[in-house]
Design a binder for this molecule. Structure first.
Ligand code: ADP
Ligand code: MG
Length: 650
């Protein structure tokens, strides 16, 4: 059968069918493979979704949940089984729900198919226990067989936000700190972070500081010495190192600082943390305080007297004494303060005044008021001084006395003047009295004297004569006292002229020459005759000399030497009258010039001689003082102002 057309067509169709079947088989084969691939991918995807760290939720257009992975279960606290097919509403805070729907709808119509994490802004979710928490979400949508599916990937950022807030707080704390805070690298020592306070004060930017180390700011350290200083921090020998030094600003100025360095571990790396206090203000305040203290000390040092603080005990144990102490007491403050070998209460205040002082201070403290005292102290060289003191008690809060504080100063001079004034007043009174008396007594005395002398001449009886003689002597004595009294009570103004002291001395010695000789008293004079003149009352000066010479005679009953010396300085004549007599008791020295002070037996001394001398010298603007040693003799020193030529006669 050659070329049978039906057979040929059949064969052709058969071939076509065969090849179609083969094609189908191939397609079927490919299809089977693809299905298998899709199944694999689906499985893999399910695995990824299930094990994802983030919560993955897929919802349909109705907002019903179709996928809810394990992380979502943990995040929201419920199982997939519970929530599949239910609305997503339950996981959204009610106030956001409306927004959410709008959002999803808009997103569904938009061309973009996904938005990355965070693009949705700050949103929150609600756990099944009602707790709200911050989340970050990304969203995508796909359309499958006309069905829209939305998938959100959610991340719980509670912890991250907390940590971020914490760090932000810490950072701003450091940044805002008024202290200077530096972090620097453990190896290179270069600054890692420097807060604003430090940058502002130093004048460097952070970029500049990043290539600097602490030694670049510190003129006192070399890198070696600084490394050595902080070595104990590395070895753990010290937890913290504190020291004072200076920092140098960018503009070259320096400021004092206090540094505290420690080694801290931050995110598993070690870094040095330095906190620095700018001491400029403190140093300024300290300097100001020192300055104030210095001023105060100078002021106190310049005060004529002493400022003190002491314990309220019998020793007046001193806690503070100003430098005036030395001049006032003759002791240095250390004698009272450090060595405590002198007690103000027991050694300086004179025993006679202690009890009174104690009482006055006690009363004043009881009434919480100032005390003012006048008392005597004995200085280191044994002289007595009068002092005035004002002070007050310092009390603890509970009212107990803790110290005394006050000011003491020397009033000896004032006291002397005061005494002299009192004496002068007394003398003035005495003068008035004396002139009155002289007048009243003088006349009858003259009568008595006249009559007694008359009777003496008339009588022949020796006993009567002797008696009358006694009357005469005694009346003469009274008259003498009266005259002496009168001589210093005399109201007549002194008549001063320029006079030659040396010539008055010579005349006076002549007057008593006989008396001196009979007492075996030798006179030695030492005076140049060309001495300057004094401006004085001749009679009064000769009265002074006479009184002194006669006293000297009395002091040398068995003879001796009377020395008279006259010298001069620029403004004054110095007269000294010395004897080699009995001398004067120390305790009598202060009363020597007092009226009626005498050591002579009744009838012999009047105690007015030196009072008159003193009054006259004072009236001549002069000074008299006495020096005496018991058994050796006495010297009276008189200084009188020189008469100035051309000086108007007053
Ligand atoms: P009177 O001589 O009357 O006693 P004065 O005032 O002259 O009074 O002297 C007072 C006292 O001073 C004397 O009593 C005597 O104790 C003492 N006195 C004065 N001058 C001397 C002297 N040169 N030496 C020793 N004592 C003296
Ligand atoms: Mg006398």
């Amino acid at each position: 059968m050659d070329s049978d057309p039906i057979n040929t067509q059949l064969n052709t169709e058969l071939e076509t069918l065969r090849s179609e079947v083969a094609g189908l088989r191939a397609v079927q084969h490919i299809h089977r493979h693809t299905e298998q691939g899709l199944q694999d991918i689906e499985l893999q995807l399910a695995g990824v979704i299930h094990s994802a760290m983030d919560a993955i939720i897929t919802v349909d257009e109705m907002q019903h949940i179709v996928i809810f992975n394990a992380a979502a279960e943990t995040m929201f606290g419920c199982s997939a089984h519970e929530v599949l097919g239910t609305s997503i509403d339950r996981f959204l805070p009610s106030r956001y729900r409306k927004n959410h729907y709008q959002h999803i709808e808009q997103f569904g119509h938009a061309k973009v198919t996904n938005r990355r994490m965070g693009a949705l802004g700050a949103i929150s979710g609600v756990r099944s226990n009602g707790e709200e928490f911050p989340i970050e979400a990304s969203i995508s949508h796909v359309e499958i067989s006309g069905r829209k599916l939305f998938t959100v990937i959610l991340r719980d950022i509670t912890e991250r936000i907390q940590a971020e807030e914490h760090i932000a707080q810490l950072g701003s704390l450091l940044e805002e700190s008024l202290n200077e805070i530096f972090l620097f690298n453990v190896e290179t020592l270069q600054f890692v972070q420097v807060n604003r306070g430090a940058r502002d004060n130093l004048g460097y930017s952070m970029d500049e500081l990043r290539v600097m180390t602490p030694t670049s700011l510190n003129p006192e350290f070399t890198e070696m010495s600084f490394r050595k200083l902080i070595q104990p921090l590395r070895t753990g020998l010290s937890a913290k190192i504190d020291f004072r030094t200076t920092h140098r600003r960018k503009n070259g100025t320096c400021y004092p600082i206090e540094v505290h360095i420690q080694l801290v571990t931050h995110n598993a790396t070690q870094v040095f943390l330095a906190i620095i206090l700018d001491l400029s203000e403190r140093v300024e305040a300290e300097t100001a305080l020192q300055e104030t203290q210095r001023t105060l000390m100078t002021l106190m040092g310049n005060l004529p007297g002493m400022v003190y603080r002491c314990k309220s005990d019998p020793d007046w144990t001193m806690e503070f004494m100003s430098s005036g102490c030395s001049e006032l007491t003759g002791y240095v403050p250390e004698d009272f303060l450090q060595n405590q070998n002198v007690s103000y209460g027991q050694d300086v205040i004179v025993p006679e005044d202690r009890e009174r002082i104690e009482k006055e201070v006690h009363v004043a403290n009881g009434e919480r008021r100032l005390f003012q005292l006048t008392y005597r102290i004995r200085t280191s060289d044994g002289t007595t001084k009068w002092v005035w003191e004002q002070g007050r008690g310092v009390f603890f809060n509970d009212g107990t006395l803790c110290a005394l504080e006050g000011y003491i100063f020397d009033v000896t001079q004032e006291k002397v003047l005061e005494d002299r004034l009192r004496k002068t007043e007394r003398l003035a009174e005495l003068g008035t009295l004396a002139s009155g008396m002289a007048h009243e007594i003088g006349t009858p005395m003259n009568v008595i004297l006249g009559r007694a002398e008359l009777l003496m001449r008339k009588t022949l009886d020796e006993t009567t004569k002797k008696g009358l003689g006694t009357i005469v002597t005694q009346v003469e004595r009274i008259t003498k006292i009266m005259n002496q009294l009168l001589s210093f009570a005399r109201k007549r103004p002194i008549e001063r002229h320029p006079i030659d002291l040396a010539s008055i001395i010579t005349t006076t010695i002549d007057m008593v020459q006989e008396r001196l000789a009979s007492h075996h008293i030798q006179v030695e004079t030492d005076m140049a005759f060309d001495q300057p003149q004094v401006f004085a009352d001749h009679d009064q000066i000769s009265q002074v000399l006479l009184n002194l010479v006669i006293n000297a005679c009395h002091a040398m009953p068995d003879g001796g030497i009377l020395r008279i010396k006259l010298q001069h300085s620029t403004n004054q004549l110095h007269l000294t009258i010395s004897d080699s007599g009995c001398g004067i008791l120390a305790e009598d020295l202060s009363r020597l010039f007092d009226p009626f002070f005498t050591t002579k037996p009744v009838g012999e001394g009047t105690g007015l001689g030196l009072t008159v001398v003193h009054g006259i010298i004072q009236e001549h603007d002069g000074v008299i003082h006495v020096e005496s040693e018991r058994g050796k003799g006495t010297s009276f020193h008189i200084d009188l102002p020189i008469h100035q030529l051309g000086f108007p006669d007053v």
